[in-house]
Design a protein around this ligand. Structure first.
Ligand code: NAD
Length: 418
């Protein structure tokens, strides 16, 4: 990508863009641009063949002014200190825009998990949990899944923590399996908020979602659920991609059958309902009504943004547009629903999971989905109010204005501490 941006710098640019509209001093803004602390750990585990291998892991606790740090743990070869710092900042403003009483954190291990056995991944995850133990806890820092981690890893972390602490504390981590204290609706939550936010945006823009065409980049947890739910809302999913490439059918295809195909073969490429194979870039620039980027950050840079023809983008992924791409899309009047709102369903239902764990009382899936819808609709309304009140140039800045003001207010109300 020609303007590939350090994600931490992207975060700081987004905060600076919003600062101009905030009733917050520069000194407070400066504080809100950096993590409170970052753990860097070296984890050495035994491979199945008896050799030792070292891995670098991070946990960034960005801000705890509104509640315990909250954010996922990612296993990926491209994990870096700056990526984890950026993601933890986005979590801070994500929990603030949806107004749940949590702060922001994020973690990751530099690893390609495909190259390791389940037993090796368990040893590595438990080793990371041991390092995290003094930092986490249901009132301190509550990790969750992210790219290449899921219920399995969360259950290992919970078990390691509870064993070492000699307690039961399911709220130390979210995204757990149902039998281990997980919440109904958690697996679908990120894709659900992505499409709820898109529905609200179409309504706000007076556009019809029924029959609207949709392209989805990334067919993992967030992307495929978004495809399934938007299809159920009456839109037509015409294209999707994963790391192996993209597929296209002008009449739309069945998102569930495409997922089944991916489960069987490892990729959606080759799925029988696709009439044309596309590159990942083709999927991002297709002439559709709605584009859902649901892979990794920096998927669309300024060059690619020039070719984007979607009317609305709902960011399921974190940071899929570079700041320069944002500028280009703003000039083209593309309505971008920012990641901190569009994909906030994951952390919102994580919050519901944490509430249920603390109450030791569990909700129905229907209740979870209803509460989630209320949170996302309220957050979208707050965004739009600010967008119109300040006549802002794009919805992302509006989201940051709302979110940063909330964090700054909590910080200021707490007063100074030497
Ligand atoms: P995942 O690992 O389940 O899926 C990622 C998908 O992206 C896979 O299908 C992969 O093949 C695809 N992909 C990777 N590189 C690609 C490329 N260059 N082009 C097209 N596809 C590509 O991960 P996920 O949980 O769905 O997360 C996706 C994004 O959503 C991440 O940015 C993550 O931070 C964000 N997110 C996820 C959650 C959640 O609850 N899962 C919550 C908030 C945000």
């Amino acid at each position: 990508m020609s303007d590939e941006t350090n994600p931490f710098e992207s975060l700081q640019t987004q905060i600076d863009d919003a600062a101009a509209y905030l009733d917050v001093g520069d000194d407070v803004i400066e504080r809100l641009k950096y993590p409170e602390r970052v753990l860097e750990a070296n984890l050495t585990i035994e491979r199945d063949d008896g050799e030792l291998e070292r891995f670098t892991a991070f946990r960034s606790q960005f801000n705890g002014d509104r509640g315990p740090y909250k954010g996922g743990i990612r296993y990926h070869p491209q994990v870096s200190r700056d990526e984890v710092k950026a993601l933890s900042g986005w979590m801070t403003y994500k929990t603030a825009i949806v107004d749940i009483p949590l702060g922001g954190g994020k973690g990751g291990i530099i690893i390609d998990p495909d190259d390791y056995s389940e037993a090796e991944l368990e040893r590595l995850t438990r080793s990371f949990a041991k390092e995290l133990r003094p930092l986490i806890g249901e009132d301190r820092d509550v990790p969750a899944p992210d790219v290449n981690t899921g219920q399995r890893e969360m259950n290992w972390i919970k078990d390691t923590y509870e064993t070492l602490e000699n307690t039961t504390e399911p709220g130390v981590i979210t995204g757990k399996a149902l039998d281990s204290g997980g919440s109904e609706g958690r697996v679908e939550a990120t894709g659900r908020s992505t499409v709820l936010a898109a529905r609200e945006a179409f309504d706000y823009l007076d556009k019809d979602l029924e029959g609207a065409t949709v392209a989805v980049q990334g067919y993992g947890n967030a992307g495929w659920i978004a495809a399934k739910l938007i299809d159920e809302m009456g839109a037509t999913v015409v294209a999707a991609s994963d790391s192996s490439g993209g597929i296209y059918n002008a009449d739309g295809f069945d998102p569930v059958a495409a997922k089944d195909y991916k489960n069987e073969t490892g990729s959606i490429v080759g799925y029988e309902e696709s009439e044309q194979k596309l590159t990942n870039e083709d999927v991002l620039t297709l002439d559709v009504d709605l584009l859902i980027p649901a892979a990794l950050e920096n998927a669309i840079d300024a060059d690619l943004a020039k070719d984007v023809t979607a009317d609305v983008i709902s960011e399921a992924a974190n940071g899929p547009l570079t700041p320069k791409a944002d500028e280009v899309l703003e000039e083209k009047d593309v309505f971008v629903i920012p990641d901190i709102l569009a994909n906030a369903g994951g952390v919102t239902v994580s919050y519901f999971e944490w509430v249920q764990n603390r109450q030791r009382f569990y909700w129905s899936e229907e209740r979870v989905n209803e509460e989630l819808e209320t949170v996302i609709v309220d957050a979208f309304d707050a965004l739009v109010d600010t967008y119109e009140e300040h006549n802002l140039e794009n919805p992302r800045t509006a989201a940051y204005v709302v979110a940063i003001q909330r964090v700054a207010d909590a910080f200021s109300e707490a007063g100074s501490w030497p």
